[in-house]
Ligand binder design. Structure first.
Ligand SMILES: NC(=O)c1ccc[n+]([C@@H]2O[C@H](COP(=O)([O-])OP(=O)(O)OC[C@H]3O[C@@H](n4cnc5c(N)ncnc54)[C@H](O)[C@@H]3O)[C@@H](O)[C@H]2O)c1
Length: 231
């Protein structure tokens, strides 16, 4: 049986595809206030601004491609039972070929209604925008299928099960600032190997982590060598 390799990814995973991270110096949060574009209150106050923000992100995503890191993780499925838990709302893991992906914070290419955050509608590359007046079959306004700050994170439950059950845990490109995602590290059983790929130092509150201080593409290459040698 293949070993279960669970991988938590964050914004840094997609940085080399040209999608800005949020907390680096040229990150998105420099240009937009979180409260304005990533909270239900921000949407209630100015829905047009919020729809425009995600319409832009969606159009940007359509011009990007998975990087060597995404592709390397998809290739690891030959040797391992790879399960990806991502904080990213892009679809680059799926486009690289990864077959088991949990999105903790929603998906950019989907919409839901403001009253039902669970039923989703696919947005097409040909018609990617959500506009005021776009409604679900019940006549309720659509919004981006994104978990905003202050909203529940329903996918954390299946993610916790994956982490509790993993043989090897990997973290790539996340500053581990956003909860409950960052707390997943607590569910890795003692003694299970943990690898962390990030070009910067990341404060992880455990001392049993093998740190690979590289960007995602180079880091996944090194990780693959280590995994094939050691496991
Ligand atoms: N692609 C996306 O979908 C996307 C993009 C930006 C933000 N977000 C959201 O923003 C929130 C921010 O949390 P976060 O921890 O994911 O992001 P973050 O911005 O807090 O942290 C990004 C991390 O990536 C690292 N990084 C930068 N370049 C890298 C590279 N080339 N390779 C590997 N790592 C690199 C940084 O050093 C940092 O530690 C999340 O909730 C996420 O949903 C998503």
């Amino acid at each position: 049986m293949k070993k279960k390799l669970v991988i938590l990814t964050g914004a840094g995973m997609s940085a080399e595809s040209g999608i800005s991270t949020f907390r680096d110096s040229d990150g998105l949060w420099e240009k937009y206030r979180v409260e304005d574009v990533a909270t239900p209150e921000g949407f209630a106050a100015n829905p047009q601004l919020v729809l425009d923000f995600y319409n832009q992100r969606r159009r940007e995503l359509l011009t990007t491609k998975p990087n060597a890191g995404h592709i390397g993780l998809a290739e690891l499925e030959k040797e391992f039972d790879v399960r990806i838990i991502t904080q990213n709302i892009d679809n680059l893991h799926e486009r690289a070929g990864s077959s088991q992906v949990i999105h903790l914070h929603g998906e950019l290419m989907k919409a839901c209604s403001v009253r039902d955050l669970e039923t989703t509608y696919d947005l097409s590359p040909e018609n990617p925008d959500i506009k005021i007046g776009d409604k679900d079959p019940q006549g309720v306004q659509l919004r981006p299928f994104i978990v905003w700050f202050g909203e529940a994170v329903p996918m954390i439950e299946p993610a916790i099960h994956w982490v509790e059950d993993c043989d090897i845990f990997v973290i790539i490109g996340t500053s581990l600032n956003v909860y409950p995602a960052a707390g997943l590290l607590n569910y890795v059983r003692r003694g299970q190997p943990i690898y962390l790929i990030d070009p910067k130092e990341v404060k992880a509150y455990r001392n049993d982590i093998h740190f690979i201080q590289k960007g995602a593409s180079e880091g996944v290459k090194e990780l693959t060598q280590l995994l094939l040698q050691n496991h």
